[in-house]
Design a protein around this ligand. Structure first.
Ligand code: MTE
Ligand code: MOS
Length: 753
C-alpha cells in the first residue's frame, strides 16, 4: 500500500528519494553508453579531425561527427547559431563545445577511447568579458531598447541625480539529475527517447530534423525529472540529439548521461551582467528618470537569450512606475558556456538593478529604502501602466508592503538594528525589504497553448496526460488536484502518466512558471467536456430526465431529486452504453504579445506580487553572516496546493540566496571553467539557511483569469532572495556586487585602508 501511495504522490516519492532518474532505468540488453567529446579550447578553429584511433579502440561501437548528420546540423531554438556538432573548419565557441560523439560498451571505454582523438586546432584569442564584447560590438542579436517618456530631458530637470553601476555573476543550476537521455531504436523505424527534459516537443523537433525524419517518427518521454530550473528548456535538446544520433548510427539503444563535471563545463548558466545607470529623483525619492545600459554575458550562442533578455527588460521597472526611462540591453557574445534559462528568466537580474537604484536613492536622501519603495510603487488607478503600456491590475504592492511592515515589525526592527550597530564594532546587522512583481506567460504569443488528455477506465480510475514535465515543482499533484476538484473524484483514483510527445503533441516548454496554469486549464477543459457527455447518462441512471448534478467525493448527486450515483458505477455504465470515457482538453491564451519595434503590448496574462524582509548579522572581519529572520508575503491567489506553494517559496528563496551570496563561477584567462564541482562551487547548504522563515500567503486576491483563481508560483519568489544581498549591503554600508561572497564582504576592509 505504501508503495502504491508513493507512486501516486509524486512529491512524496521525490522527497523520499524514490523518483527514478535516467541512471536508475532498467536498460535494454546491448545498450551502449554515449559520450560527447568537447573542444579543449574556448575559441579555436578545428582544422583537422581524425577519429580512427577512437573507432579502433576495443569496445567502441561508433563515433559520430558533424559529417555524419543527415539533416541540417543545428539545434538552435531561436537564432540559427548553434550547430549540433562542430564541423571541421568551424570555430568552437567555448571550452566544452562538443565536436563528436562516442558510443561504447561502457562509459569508461568511451572515455579512454575519446582520449585517443587526434585533432588540430588554430587557437584564437577568446573574448571572456562583457567589456571586451562591448568594445568589439560582439553581439548575438540586435541590442534591445526600451523607451518611455523623455529620459534625457527629465534627467536634466530632476532635483537630484545619482549614477551607479552593478555587476552580477552567473549561476549553475545544480539539479540533482544531470542532463541525460536514453534513445532506443524502434523496430518499425524511428526512435523512442526517454529524457531529462522540460521541453520534449523541441527535443523531438531537433532529433527529427537532424536525422531527416518526421516528428511523428520520434517519441520523447519524460518521467519525473531531477530538477530542471530552466536548464532543460533548450539545452535538453543536446543529450536527446546526441543519444539519438548514436542510436541511429549503431542501431542500438544508447544511454547518454553527462557526468557532473561535464555537465558544469558543457551546459549553460544564469546570465551574468554589468549595468551602469543614472537616475533622477525628487526630494521624496520619487523616480523621475532612469537611463540604464546593461551588458549581458550570453556566452557563445543565442540559445534562449533572446527570450531571456526580453522577459528581463519587461521587468526592469521592478514594482515601480517610472515615467521616463531609457534602457539598452546588449546581448554580448563571449567564449563561455551559453547562458540560458534559469529560474526567473532574467527577472532576478532586472530586479537587482532596479533595487540597487532604489537603495542608492534612499542612501542619497538619508531615507529608509522601504519608504522610497512606497513612493514609487505602481498605483491602483493612477500610474498603473508599465513601460510597455500594460496595465498592472490586481495590484497588491502597497497592501503587501503595509502588511509586511506590520508582520516584521519593521520600524522597531530598524531601531534595534541601529542600536545593535552602535554597540558593536566588528559585527553589524542589516535589514532590507524587497517587493516582487513577476509577469506570467510566454512573451511569444504562439507558446501560450496547451493540450491534455484524460482517460477514465471502466473501474472508475482516471489516468491523466499533461503537457508539462514534473521536475519537483509539484505539477503532477497540482494537476491531480484540479481533476479531482473538477470531476469530483478522490485523489487516490487519479494517476498522472509520464509526459510524452506521442500522447500530447506540440507542447510548450514547462517554463515561465506556467506549468500548472497550462496543464490545469487544459485538464479543466477535458473535465468539462467529459461531464457534459456523462451527465445525461448519470441522469438516466438515476431515472431522471433533467436536474442539476453535483460531482464530489466520488459521487454524482442530484440534490433536488435526492439521488446519488457512484463514480465507478457511472464509468462502467457509460462504457456499457458505448460512450467514450476519454477526452482531450485544450487551452490557449490569446492576445499576448508585443511590438518588436516599440516594445509595446501585453507581454503577460497577469502579474504575481509580494514582498519580503530579511534581517542579517554580518561579521565584518570574516565575512561570515547569519540570517536570523526572513519574512515573505506572497500572493498565489487561491492556491491549488498551499503546501506545494510554500515549498516553492522556500526553494526559490534559497536558490536565489545562492546566486546572491555564495555561488561564484570562475573562468580562467584561457576560458577554462575553474568551478566544476561542489569542491569549488558552493551552493546553499543546511548551515546557511535562515534561522527563522516566516512565510505567508497573501489572502483575498483571487486571479480570475487563471485556473481555480490561482497564480503561478515556480519562479517569482526567487526575487525575494535579493533582500539577503540588500540586507548585507545595508550591514556593510556599501552597495555590494553579486554574489556577495565572503571575499566580497571583507573586501571593503582592504579597499577602505
Ligand atoms: N522546483 C523544483 N523542485 N525543481 C525545478 O526544476 N524549476 C523552476 C520552478 N520550480 C523547478 C522548480 C522553474 S525554472 C520553473 S519555470 C517552474 O518551476 C516550472 O514549473 P511550473 O511552471 O509548473 O511552476
Ligand atoms: Mo523556468 S527558467 O522558466 O524553466
Amino acid at each position: 500500500m505504501t508503495d502504491n501511495k508513493s507512486i501516486q504522490y509524486r512529491e512524496a516519492a521525490h522527497l523520499a528519494g524514490q523518483t527514478r532518474y535516467l541512471p536508475d532505468l532498467e536498460l535494454y540488453e546491448g545498450t551502449l553508453r554515449g559520450y560527447p567529446v568537447s573542444s579543449p579550447y574556448a575559441h579555436a578553429r578545428l582544422l583537422e579531425l581524425d577519429t580512427s584511433a577512437v573507432m579502433a579502440y576495443p569496445g567502441v561501437a561508433t563515433v559520430v561527427t558533424a559529417g555524419d548528420i543527415p539533416g541540417p546540423n543545428t539545434m538552435a531554438p531561436i537564432i540559427d547559431d548553434e550547430p549540433c556538432l562542430l564541423p571541421v573548419g568551424g570555430v568552437c565557441g567555448y571550452a566544452g563545445h562538443v565536436v563528436c560523439l562516442v558510443a561504447a560498451d561502457t562509459l569508461e571505454t568511451a572515455k579512454k577511447a575519446a582520449a585517443l582523438i587526434r585533432w588540430k586546432w588554430e587557437v584564437l584569442p577568446p573574448v571572456l568579458s562583457v567589456e571586451e564584447a562591448m568594445d568589439k560590438r560582439s553581439f548575438l542579436f540586435k541590442p534591445l531598447q526600451l523607451i518611455r517618456g523623455e529620459a534625457g530631458e527629465a534627467m536634466k530637470k530632476a532635483p537630484f541625480r545619482e549614477k551607479g553601476s552593478l555587476q552580477a555573476g552567473g549561476q549553475e543550476h545544480y539539479y540533482f539529475e544531470t542532463h541525460s537521455a536514453y534513445a532506443v531504436p524502434r523496430h518499425q523505424g524511428g526512435f523512442f527517447v526517454r529524457a531529462s527534459t522540460q521541453n520534449p516537443t523541441d527535443n523531438q523537433r531537433f532529433a527529427a530534423s537532424l536525422l531527416q525524419l518526421k516528428a511523428s517518427d520520434i517519441e520523447v518521454q519524460a518521467g519525473c525529472i531531477g530538477g530542471g530550473f530552466g536548464s532543460k528548456q533548450a539545452q535538453a535538446n543536446w543529450c536527446v540529439a546526441w543519444s539519438t544520433l548514436l542510436a541511429w548510427k549503431t542501431k542500438k539503444p544508447v544511454l547518454l548521461i553527462l557526468e557532473r563535471e561535464q555537465d558544469f563545463r558543457i551546459t549553460g548558466k544564469r546570465h551574468p551582467f554589468k549595468a551602469s545607470w543614472e537616475v533622477g529623483f525628487d526630494q521624496k525619492g520619487r523616480i523621475l528618470a532612469i537611463d540604464l545600459s546593461v551588458a549581458f554575458d550570453c556566452g557563445w550562442c543565442t540559445d534562449v537569450s533572446y527570450a531571456v533578455l526580453h522577459h528581463s527588460i519587461f521587468h526592469i521597472d521592478g514594482a515601480y512606475f517610472i515615467p521616463n526611462l531609457h534602457v539598452m540591453y546588449y546581448p554580448c557574445r563571449t567564449n563561455k558556456t551559453s547562458s540560458t534559462a534559469f529560474r526567473g528568466f532574467g527577472v532576478p537580474q532586472a530586479f537587482s538593478i532596479i533595487e540597487s537604484i532604489v537603495t542608492q536613492i534612499a542612501r542619497s536622501l538619508g531615507k529608509d529604502a522601504a519608504a522610497v519603495r512606497w513612493q514609487n510603487y505602481y498605483g491602483i488607478k493612477k500610474n498603473n501602466t508599465t513601460p510597455c503600456n500594460m496595465t498592472v491590475d490586481h495590484n497588491i504592492l502597497r497592501a503587501a508592503h503595509r502588511q509586511m511592515l506590520e508582520k516584521s515589525n519593521y520600524s522597531a526592527l530598524r531601531k534595534q538594528v541601529k542600536e545593535f550597530n552602535k554597540k558593536h564594532i566588528s559585527v553589524k546587522r542589516g535589514l532590507a525589504m524587497v517587493p516582487g512583481k513577476f509577469g506570467i506567460s510566454f512573451n511569444e504569443s504562439f507558446l501560450n497553448q496547451a493540450g491534455a488528455l484524460i482517460n477514465i477506465y471502466r473501474d472508475g480510475s482516471v489516468l491523466i496526460h499533461i503537457p508539462g514535465t514534473e521536475m519537483g515543482q509539484g505539477l503532477y499533484d497540482k494537476s491531480r488536484t484540479v481533476v479531482s476538484r473538477e470531476l469530483g473524484v478522490s485523489l487516490e483514483r487519479i494517476r498522472v502518466s509520464d509526459t510524452s510527445t506521442a500522447v500530447i503533441p506540440n507542447t510548450t516548454s514547462t517554463a515561465a512558471s506556467t506549468g500548472s496554469d497550462f496543464a490545469g486549464s487544459a485538464l479543466k477543459d477535458a473535465c468539462d467536456k467529459l461531464k457534459k457527455r456523462l451527465a445525461p447518462i448519470a441522469l438516466e441512471m438515476m431515472g431522471l430526465k433533467k436536474g442539476k448534478l453535483d460531482w464530489g467525493n466520488d459521487v454524482i448527486a442530484c440534490k433536488e431529486a435526492r439521488k446519488t450515483l457512484s463514480f465507478p458505477d457511472l464509468a462502467l455504465h457509460a462504457y456499457m452504453e458505448l460512450e467514450s470515457l476519454s477526452e482531450k482538453g485544450f487551452y490557449k491564451r490569446e492576445g499576448i504579445g508585443f511590438e518588436l519595434e516599440t516594445m509595446e503590448g501585453r507581454p503577460y496574462w497577469y502579474y504575481v506580487m509580494g514582498c519580503a524582509v530579511t534581517l542579517v548579522e554580518l561579521n565584518l572581519l570574516t565575512g561570515e553572516f547569519s540570517i536570523p529572520d526572513v519574512w515573505i508575503l506572497h500572493d498565489s491567489g487561491y492556491p491549488i496546493d498551499k503546501g506545494i506553494d510554500l515549498g516553492q517559496i522556500h526553494g526559490a528563496f534559497i536558490q536565489g540566496m545562492g546566486w546572491c551570496t555564495m555561488e561564484k563561477l570562475i573562468t580562467d584567462e584561457t576560458g577554462q571553467l575553474q568551478t566544476f564541482s561542489l569542491d569549488n562551487y558552493k551552493i546553499p547548504g543546511i548551515y546557511e539557511l535562515p534561522d527563522n522563515f516566516h512565510i505567508e500567503l497573501f489572502e483575498g486576491n483571487p486571479e480570475p483569469r487563471n485556473i481555480h483563481n490561482s497564480r503561478a508560483i515556480g519562479e517569482p519568489p526567487l526575487i525575494y532572495a535579493l533582500s539577503v544581498w540588500l540586507a548585507l549591503s545595508d550591514a556593510r554600508g556599501k552597495m555590494l556586487s553579486l554574489p556577495a561572497t565572503r571575499e566580497e564582504l571583507i573586501k571593503p576592509l582592504y579597499d577602505e585602508k
